[in-house]
Write a protein that binds this ligand. Sequence first.
Ligand code: B12
Length: 229
Amino acid sequence: MVSEERRQEVLKSLSEGVVEYREDQVKDSANAALEEGMDAYDAIMNGLAAGMEIVGDLYDRQEYFVPEILMCADALYAGLDILKPHLKTASDSGARGQVVIGTVQGDVHDIGKNLIKMMFDVGGFTVHDLGRDVPLEKFAEEQLRTDAEIVALSAMMTTTMMGMKKVIHMIKEKNPDVAIMLGGAPVTRDVAKLFGADGYAESAGNAVQEAIKMIGQLRKLDQAGMPAK
Ligand code: B12
């Protein structure tokens, strides 16, 4: 069992490695975390993702620009590639249902979306990842093709977030029983409600619980013979 002091040391090294786009430091710290028995989810969320939050602040303060952020993202992904295979997965993998996920048209931010995808993977869902900058109609097409219970949409810009409303309309028109979940920095629970979505989660931490709650509610409505919203 790793000491709390050592855990903090490794998390700090992961976060600093992302902020200072030092890929080797991130890789070494990710391997150290695994060798010393740290929880991979903890290292990802409280190390790598925490580092990217700091990068966001540096961008806001105009100390970092797109080139730096891209290098930070590469460092984060180098760590994620090492840690992801060591995430504890639900025993009944794939049995929980299917999810279509993607970042909406015009938006290339995919770090958040990939962390949510990762949580659905380890949460026992089958995930169909459409990637980033996904044409809006693709979500409805993929939902029909896979008969997925959940469609999860990500947007990181206020401009692209508006596309989510169109996607919800396209899907609900064809299949009102699909549970649609939104997320991303500009998205809030009120926006999700306003757009007619069934769920929202602020971060990877509670995305899967929210998804399970959403499916439960839609199934209850179904059993009661009530139309979905
Ligand atoms: C990294 C980054 C980039 C990278 C993206 C690299 C990549 N592979 O993703 C690059 C350099 C490409 C980039 C480009 C641009 N970016 Co940028 N970027 C960021 C930055 C710094 C960090 C985002 C990030 O990854 N955070 C870390 C992850 C872990 O957090 P997250 O994404 O928020 O995801 C979490 C939650 O939101 C949630 N979540 C996310 N998606 C979903 C989906 C679901 C279903 C659920 C339930 C939850 C959920 O859970 C996630 C995990 O906990 C943010 C700053 C910020 N504060 O957000 C700006 C930011 C998003 N970018 C911004 C802008 C303006 C741009 C550019 C236009 C800049 C430019 N002039 O070129 C371009 C646009 C490119 C495009 N067409 O999309 C603005 C958006 C402003 C706005 N509100 O509209 C921000 C907010 C910076 C700022 N403060 O101005 N960017």
